[in-house]
Design a protein around this ligand. Sequence first.
Ligand SMILES: Cc1cc2nc3c(=O)[nH]c(=O)nc-3n(C[C@H](O)[C@H](O)[C@H](O)COP(=O)(O)O)c2cc1C
Length: 197
Amino acid sequence: MLKLPEHYETLEETLEASIKVLENAVENRRSLFHTPVLSTFSDSKINSRVIVLRAFDPEKRILRIHSDSRSRKIKDVSENSDATLLGYDPGLKIQLKLHGSIDTHYQDNIADLAWRDSQEMSKVCYSISESPGKEIDDPGKYDVDSENINIDEGYKNFAVINFHFNSLEFLYLRSSGHRRSIHVWETEELRSNWMVP
Ligand SMILES: Cc1cc2nc3c(=O)[nH]c(=O)nc-3n(C[C@H](O)[C@H](O)[C@H](O)COP(=O)(O)O)c2cc1C
C-alpha cells in the first residue's frame, strides 16, 4: 500500500514521494503511473505515446520500457535521444514530469535479461510479422494466434528502452495549497527548488 504525506513541508518529502510513486507504478497495474506518456522527437515534431513501466532503478534514475524494435520511436531516439515521461494520478493528486535521454538495447545482455523476465503474454505481441505502424487493409490478418506461434521467435523484434532522467518535476494539487518542486541532477549533484504552482 502506497503511503504518502497529506501535506508536503519539505523538498525532500516531494522527492521521496515521487520515488515511491514510481517504484509502486512498476508492480501496481492499477497505478496510473504504470502507464505514463513517453514523448520523443520524430524529426522536429513531438511524438507521444502511452507505455508500460517495467522496472525502476532509483539509484541510477533509470526507468525501463519494452518495445518492438521495428517501431517508429526506436528509430527516432537513435537520431535524438531527448525524452520526457509524464504521468498524473487523480487519486494521489500528483503529476510527475521527468526529462532525460533514452538508450535502446537490442539483442544484448540487457535485452536478454528483460526478455527472460517478461511474462509469456507480454512476449506474444513481438511475433507479429509486420512492423508496428505499417498501414494495412485488414487488421484481422494481423491478430496473433498465441496457440500456434513460437513465442521466443518474437525476441528478434524485442527492444529495451532505458529512460535516464536528470530532472523530476513534482506537482501536488490540493485546494488548501498546491505544491510544485523541481529536482535537477547536475552531473551527480542534486539541486532542488520550490516553484510557483
Ligand atoms: C495501455 C497501453 C500500454 C502500452 N504499452 C506500450 C509499451 O510498453 N511499449 C510500447 O512500445 N508501446 C506500448 N503501447 C503502444 C504505444 O502507445 C504506441 O501506440 C506504440 O508503441 C507505437 O508508438 P510509435 O509509433 O511512436 O513507436 C501501449 C499502449 C497502451 C494504450
